[in-house]
Each structure stands twice: as C-alpha cells, then as structure tokens.
Design a protein around this ligand. Structure first.
Ligand SMILES: Nc1ncnc2c1ncn2[C@@H]1O[C@H](COP(=O)(O)OP(=O)(O)OP(=O)(O)O)[C@@H](O)[C@H]1O
Length: 334
C-alpha cells in the first residue's frame, strides 16, 4: 500500500442514546480505528452491534457522546455549520436499502443531482452532461435520467445511489450495508463496481456489513464489532487466515463454503445465549456471557488492545501476556 496516510481517525468514539429518564443505550462504546487514504475499511458484526451508529456518528448525523472523529486531521464534531456543509462535498454515504433511500417522486436525474445542487456544482449547461456521465460511470444508460426509481431493479437502484454519492467527487464514502438488500447474484456486481471506482478515483471506503463473506473481497482491513466495541482489527487476509477473537472465530465458522462439491469439515461454533442488551451490557468483557473460553477475569476487567501480530489487534484477556512478549522481541531485534 506504499506510504500510508490517514484520512480518517476515530478515537475513543462513544454514542449513547438516552432511553427515558434513567437508562442509556450504549450503541457505540469506545471505538477507535484509522482509515488510510485509498483503502477500504470493513466494519462487521451482527445486527444491532453499532455499525450504522458508528458510521452515522462519524459524519455527524448523530452528535457524539464522547471521543473524536478526525477527517484530514480536522475534528468533524467541532466544525461550524458552513464547514459541516463543505465536509459533505468530501464525505458521502451510500445506504443499505436502495428502495427506501431514493425518493420515489424524483427522477433519476434529480436524485443524482441532489448533492451537486447543495454545493452549487455542475450548474447550468454542465448539469445534464454530468448526470449522463455519472450514469455511464456506474454502468447505467444515459437515457435513464428521466425515469423514476420504481422502474429499476435493486442492483440498478444501488447504482443510482452510488452515482449520487459520486456526483460531487468525494474522497471518502461510507457504504452502510450497500449490498445486504440485494440478490446474491447482484451483490458481486455492485462490489466489483465499487472496487473499480475506487481504483479509478482513489476513493477511500468505510464498508459496513453484517456478513463476513463479501466484506473479505472488498476490504483491506477489517474491524469486528460486538455490542458497541471493536473486538478484533487486522488486515482482511489475517482475519480470515488467523482469526483470534472467539467472536470472530464464531462469525467465520458461520460462513458457508460456496462450492457444493467441497465437503465442509469445519466445526460450526454456535454461540450460547442471546445478544445482551446494549442498555445493560455485561461487566468486564462485553462478549464474556457468550464466550466459549471465558475466564474469571473477563467478568471484572475490560480487556485492553493487544497487538498479537504485526498490525493484528485483539481485545481479549487470553492474548494479553503476548503484548509484553512481542515488545520484548522487538527490543531484542534492535
Ligand atoms: N436513533 C436511535 N435511538 C435509540 N437507539 C438506537 C438508535 N439507533 C440505533 N439504536 C440502537 O443502537 C444499537 C446499535 O444499532 P445500529 O443500527 O448501529 O446497529 P447495526 O450493527 O448497524 O445493526 P443493523 O445492521 O441492524 O443496522 C441497537 O441496539 C439499536 O437499537
């Protein structure tokens, strides 16, 4: 990846929702990660673990409870109203449900032009050719501009959503489960389009998904989320070759092998119990109530990050002694 420059830095981000007078829902509870320019960072975990809230708080669709989100070194949550609008030129979002996220009463041209209009870009004579160009970029026909969303398939609608996001030439796109609502056969096409656009335009992505199988193909690095926390963070390759956190291992064991001729000999790890409520998360390690290898310490102490291999981080007590071992090895090599 060459010289790696950070585009986004999420530092100890918390987003708690107040529920009534006394209770607080800890949707995102101390999440930290960086996203480098030109990479795709995948955020995965089961429904309700806080992925969307993380994405939305990152671009200030929600106010943060605590922590920082830096974009090109600037704290997004400290921008004034004018700077906040300017930010949306650089940061765009593609949503999960292409049926719900496109206004049914607007033409495709109007939908695509929305962000351009906000920023006063491609006005007058430049507008129509720009819309046609964007339609072609995402693999649609330039004649589609005057049609309405209901005339398109799910995959085509997601292409319209991508064209809208691209219209202002952003640097960073948050794609919140962009393929989850699509047929499996169409999912790969949309992922391939996103990859191609990234290569051509040097885009940086945050790709949110609950399913690890497709994330693998698009992500350079992946953070695995559980109940408002990231429990493991590493490159896509290490995550699949050497998953360390018991939760990641369980998630990976649930991915079916696509080839019916290959016998699946893997042991499927079934997690015990239900996902606890983020209103009343377990003490210590949030995963401990479902963890097959939980120890006494897990109930009282929240595990800290351990860099087990180069850039492979895990928050689990099992690995904690290894931090010291690795540091010692590094010092010995000097
Ligand atoms: N606006 C809100 N007000 C109160 N609670 C919320 C709000 N948005 C999300 N939550 C809660 O925060 C937690 C995390 O939700 P979030 O949507 O971020 O999870 P997710 O991992 O993206 O799940 P999904 O894939 O189902 O969207 C859930 O318990 C959810 O009910």
């Amino acid at each position: 990846m060459g010289q790696r420059e950070k585009l986004v830095e999420v530092k100890h981000l918390k987003k708690h929702f107040t529920m009534g007078k006394r209770s607080v829902l800890k949707a995102v509870d101390d999440v930290s990660f960086d996203i480098y320019k030109g990479e795709t960072f995948g955020l995965v975990g089961e429904s309700g673990c806080g992925k969307s809230t993380t994405g939305r708080t990152m671009i200030r669709l929600y106010d943060r409870t605590a922590g920082q989100v830096l974009f090109n070194g600037q704290d997004i949550h400290q921008l004034n109203a004018k700077e906040q609008i300017a930010l949306t030129k650089n940061v765009q979002m593609v949503f999960q449900d292409p049926y719900a996220s496109l206004n049914p009463r607007s033409t495709v041209a109007e939908i695509i032009a929305e962000p351009m209009d906000v920023h006063g870009l491609y006005t007058g004579k430049k507008r129509k050719p720009r819309i046609q160009e964007l339609l072609e970029i995402v693999g649609l026909n330039r004649d589609h501009a005057n049609r309405f969303p209901h005339e398109f398939s799910g995959g085509q609608r997601q292409r319209i959503g991508i064209a809208r996001a691209l219209s202002v030439d952003p640097d960073f796109i948050i794609a919140d489960e962009p393929i989850s609502a699509l047929d499996v056969s169409v999912q790969a096409q949309v992922v391939n389009l996103m990859k191609q656009l990234q290569e051509e335009r040097g885009l940086t992505y945050l790709f949110i998904a609950h399913d690890l199988s497709m994330v693998k193909h698009i992500s350079d690095r992946i953070g695995v989320m559980y109940l408002g926390n990231i429990v493991e963070l590493t490159s896509s390759a290490s995550l699949y070759q050497k998953p360390l956190h018991p939760y990641t291992q369980a998630l990976l064991s649930a991915i079916p092998i696509p080839d019916p001729d290959i016998e699946d000999k893997r042991e499927r790890i079934i997690l015990k119990g239900e996902l606890p409520s983020p209103v009343n998360p377990p003490s210590g390690c949030v995963f401990r109530t479902r963890c097959p290898v939980a120890m006494a310490i897990c109930a009282s102490v929240k595990p800290s990050w351990t860099e087990v291999d180069d850039q492979h981080y895990v928050a689990c007590h099992i690995f904690e002694g290894q931090q010291a071992k690795k540091t010692k090895e590094k010092i010995e090599q000097l």
